[in-house]
Design a protein around this ligand. Structure first.
Ligand SMILES: C[S@@+](CC[C@H](N)C(=O)[O-])C[C@H]1O[C@@H](n2cnc3c(N)ncnc32)[C@H](O)[C@@H]1O
Length: 374
């Protein structure tokens, strides 16, 4: 009796996390919202969802168990293992019929409960958003030109891009992406991935200069190898299945990655960065970049990351300059929004520190609005 009561209470806590995750999808993914709302009710009554989530009941809120569940179910659909459910999933050619969703989900969840449980336990939520290449591209163009000004050069620096928290590395090819502006295409117009960056204003730089990237490298605590079907499915499963534009963008980014592979190393950011920054290349601007990573990094990693960067910044010279470029959420002063995603640039030895603008979390649209970064 006592054991049964305890099980009910942990499932109630988990059901609340599912309901919170469902709320987080409102207005953006009615399909995921409905799946998680129905799954929360199913958890409360000890249905198949409780079987799938067995062993994950006490997971921290930050691991977002509901999104791990939704991702595992989406993956099942993408693998063709749940044809009765696929008819609701636009990513599998279906059309959501929300009132009938749960009824069609239960047979698939029941048949694959063991597999789903293993996957929910083994998975961390992983999104790698290629739309963030747009603010990255603009920020790199600005950084390369500002560093050149300080060095008294007319030609912008070539860039070595070092990404911390790169996930599948989909933002390690900003120069191979096309950026469709109303009057022109920046970057590579022939790329399989052409983004509408939705820019208000423009980067404060001469956009006629091409961005030249001479080196790229990335690390992640949980890298995703997008050269494998497993890695591609993993990233794909975390795109909400009714967000067709995002889905198409991810497919195009995966196609681009297949033509231009870059390995993402498994490592905590600071250790990896220390190794990468140990050598500076003459006449190359080294840019340390991270997007939507800071909130996940431990306090120890944050402190060490800052120290590693400060050490490298102290050694930067006009011919071996260093930049930090980040796209991260910051608490907003605007009462209408809690967080806003800002693009921040620091440059050494120039001593430049700029807030270049702000945009949507996925990188587009974006407003260029340069102010000092305090
Ligand atoms: C929300 S994803 C963002 C991925 C990518 N930067 C993007 O913008 O698409 C956050 C990533 O940061 C990684 N991460 C978190 N803490 C890290 C750390 N201390 N060192 C390296 N990677 C880390 C996670 O594994 C995850 O892949």
């Amino acid at each position: 009796m006592t054991g049964g009561g305890a099980a009910v209470s942990v499932n109630t806590v988990l059901a609340e996390l599912f309901a919170a995750a469902a709320h987080g999808c409102r207005d953006r993914s009615p399909l995921t919202q409905r799946l998680l709302t129905d799954a929360a009710a199913d958890l409360e009554r000890g249905g198949v969802t409780a079987r799938i989530m067995a062993g994950s009941e006490r997971d921290r809120e930050g691991t977002v168990p509901g999104l791990r569940f939704a991702g595992a179910v989406h993956r099942l659909v993408l693998e063709g293992r749940a044809p009765g459910l696929a008819k609701h999933y636009p990513t599998a050619g279906g059309r959501p019929d929300l009132p009938a969703l749960w009824e069609d989900a239960v047979p698939a969840l029941t048949e694959h409960a063991d597999l789903l449980r293993q996957r929910v336990q083994a998975t961390v939520v992983q999104t790698n958003e290629p739309g963030r290449s747009a603010p990255l591209y603009g920020g790199l163009v600005v950084a390369a030109q500002e560093a050149a000004k300080v060095a008294g050069r007319h030609v912008p620096f070539c860039v070595r891009l070092l990404e911390v928290g790169a996930s599948g590395g989909l933002n390690l090819r900003p120069h191979h992406v096309g950026y469709q502006l109303p009057d022109r295409v920046l970057g590579d117009p022939d790329s399989p991935l052409v983004l509408d960056p939705g820019w208000t204003g423009r980067p404060p730089a001469d956009l006629d200069h091409r961005l030249r990237v001479v080196g790229r490298a990335g690390c992640d605590l949980h890298p995703v190898d997008v050269s494998t079907e497993d890695g591609r499915l993993h990233l794909s499963s975390f795109v909400w299945a009714d967000q067709v534009d995002r889905w198409n963008r991810l497919r195009a980014a995966l196609d681009l990655a297949a033509t231009d592979p870059v390995r993402v190393e498994r490592s905590p950011g600071p250790e990896w960065l220390a190794k990468q920054l140990a050598r500076a290349e003459r006449d190359v601007l080294t840019v340390v970049w991270h997007s939507v990573v800071w909130q996940y990094a431990s306090p120890a990693d944050r402190a060490m990351g800052r120290a590693v960067l400060a050490d490298a910044a102290a050694k930067a010279t006009p011919t071996t300059p260093l930049a930090l470029l980040v796209f991260e959420p910051r608490r907003s002063d605007d009462p209408g929004e809690v967080y806003r995603f800002e693009l921040l640039l620091k440059l050494w030895p120039a001593g430049l520190s700029l807030n270049l603008g702000h945009g949507a979390g996925h990188g587009t649209p974006f407003t260029w609005d340069v102010t000092p970064w305090e």
